[in-house]
Design a protein around this ligand. Structure first.
Ligand SMILES: Nc1nc2c(ncn2[C@@H]2O[C@H](COP(=O)(O)OP(=O)(O)O)[C@@H](O)[C@H]2O)c(=O)[nH]1
Ligand SMILES: [Mg+2]
Length: 358
């Protein structure tokens, strides 16, 4: 079917471990015959109609039954890869899948590389590149919104948009070519202003699409959020408040948090990876010094920083200087904590909170 690819590939398609079932995928020319050589059932897979399921046993070279299975048959091009392929459903046990895999590998079959079934789907024209990319995003989605984004991309929404843009550009370029061919005769097919307008419109849409990429990336990968500030301003209390659990140790002893505490939470469908850090201050204690080093590392990797102080303090120069060292733009939100103790009008901030009273 495709000149580039015709060997048979296989892989376990389900997670390794115990489960009700595991699925082994096999795809490629002659894959039906190969499966027939290890499968014993009422029907031969080679003669089975597409999209049918067949009960039988997988038997090894010595005639020993490895497992009873269901084999699903997909005849190309009406399959995921576009090739003849089967899915062998076994009992969910990794020894069984390993033995069946070994059996297949002893035939004319090789292990699929990661993503190779999807690669074949792409090479056989079943999906385009942006859809192939979406398959992995879909599998890796950890929030509703990430899932929705991947779903839309898999449904071809991005491809359609790119297609429309491409069509508009082709259209504009052919108008320009016509213009060039007939310019001496004095024909004008479309006023130049209108062509420029058309192209400008496409440019704007491309910019919009690029912007949406950033947003999409956030939906997919989540937001790295670091809570930083001096010791004792209530960073760990804030983390605990957000998580609604006593995750980090809170105490009135400055320097309680020495290591980074990392937690994930989905808020309105967006994944936040929150880093509670050691308070940043000059210290002689080698453990605290290491903690501060790690805090700054968390700042470096953060998309958003919650810079905390409390009503008894103000934003320290030490931290301001540290933040100024980072060149890549970060969203810094200045937070004043402990407002239950009273207001302090000297501190300017974006948000005033109390982790204690909520
Ligand atoms: N009154 C009051 N105390 C707080 C608040 N948030 C934290 N604290 C107290 O401040 C101290 C230090 O809190 P902690 O979360 O360990 O600060 P961290 O060192 O910045 O992580 C603890 O005794 C907390 O109970 C708040 O909003 N109001
Ligand atoms: Mg702490």
């Amino acid at each position: 079917m495709n000149l580039l690819i015709n060997d048979i590939i296989t892989a376990v398609a389900t997670p390794i471990g115990e489960g009700a079932i595991s699925v082994i995928r096999v795809s490629g020319e002659n894959s039906f015959r190969t499966v027939d050589s290890i499968f014993k059932g009422k029907t031969k897979i080679s003669f089975a109609a597409s999209h049918t399921i067949h009960y039988g046993k997988i038997i090894d070279e010595k005639g020993v039954v490895i497992d009873d299975v269901l084999v699903s048959v997909f005849r190309g091009p009406n399959s995921y890869t576009g090739e003849d392929s089967v899915e062998i459903s076994t009992h969910g046990n990794s020894i069984i899948t390993k033995r069946i895999l070994e059996l297949l590998l002893s035939k004319n079959v090789r292990s699929a590389e990661p993503g190779e079934f999807t690669k074949r789907a792409f090479l056989n024209g079943k999906i385009d590149l942006s859809q192939a990319e979406a398959v992995l995003d879909l599998i890796k989605s950890r929030t509703d919104s990430a899932l929705r984004g991947a779903r839309n991309q898999l449904d071809g929404l991005l491809s359609q948009k790119v297609h429309v843009l491409r069509q508009s550009l082709l259209n504009a370029s052919s108008l320009i070519e016509l213009e060039l061919d007939f310019s001496e005769e004095g024909y004008e097919f479309m006023p130049k202003g209108e062509i420029i307008e058309k192209i400008d419109k496409v440019l704007k849409e491309i910019e919009y699409l690029l912007d949406s990429y950033r947003f999409g990336k956030v939906l997919r990968d989540g937001i790295n959020l670091a809570i930083i500030g001096e010791p004792n301003v209530g960073k760990s209390s804030l983390l605990n408040y957000i998580l609604k659990e006593a995750r980090a140790i809170v105490s009135d002893i400055p320097g309680t948090t020495r290591d980074i505490i990392r937690e994930e939470i989905s808020i309105d469908g967006v994944l936040f990876k929150i880093f509670d850090t050691a308070g940043i201050r000059k210290s002689e204690d080698i453990i605290e010094i290491e903690g501060v080093k790690r805090s700054l590392e968390a700042v470096k990797n953060a998309d958003v920083i919650l810079w905390l102080t409390d009503v008894n303090n103000n934003y320290s120069e030490t931290i301001k200087n540290e933040l100024n060292k980072f060149t890549n733009p970060k969203k810094i939100i200045k937070v004043v904590n402990k407002i239950d103790l009273g207001q302090n009008n000297d501190i300017e901030a974006d948000v005033y909170i109390s982790s204690k009273s909520g």
